[in-house]
Ligand binder design. Structure first.
Ligand code: SF4
Ligand code: SF4
Length: 128
């Protein structure tokens, strides 16, 4: 089953993605590429493109609602790691729902996580 986020990307083109500046400082263990950020205030950076009237993170690759992914996935900020898709772990995610609705998509449901090719192991044949 393809992960629903790979056909979405809405949350990366809806919220302002702000985080502590230390996440982009390599000497402090930060991994976010600094050139992809902008200063928001003395304490925080934002992913470029997200502090805008119509946000879209500079690192988002592809087309929202069709095929989209994060271009810096292993290096993405902590706030991105905290956004959970609705029902992936058994609960609604208000952030996910809000972003998808704003982009004209329906919210995810538990059924979106059912893999039609993973209907369970067939029963083992019984020997006589
Ligand atoms: S809005 Fe939800 S489904 Fe879409 S990319 Fe974000 S977490 Fe994934
Ligand atoms: S860094 Fe990646 S996960 Fe975070 S908003 Fe940008 S594209 Fe989305």
């Amino acid at each position: 089953m393809e992960h629903p986020c790979l056909r979405c990307g809405a949350c990366c083109a809806f919220f302002r993605v702000a985080f502590h500046w230390s996440e982009a400082e390599t000497f402090l263990g930060g991994k976010v590429p600094p050139e992809l950020t902008e200063k928001l205030d003395p304490h925080r950076l934002a992913m470029r493109g997200t502090n805008a009237a119509q946000p879209r993170c500079v690192s988002l690759q592809g087309t929202v609602g069709e095929a989209a992914h994060c271009g810096i996935y292993p290096q993405r900020p902590s706030v991105c790691r905290e956004v959970q898709p609705s029902w992936e772990f058994g609960a609604v995610s208000l952030q996910c729902d809000k972003a998808r609705l704003a982009h004209g998509m329906s919210v995810l449901t538990p059924e979106d996580w059912l893999d039609p090719f993973d209907a369970g192991e067939p029963p083992m044949p019984q020997s006589a």
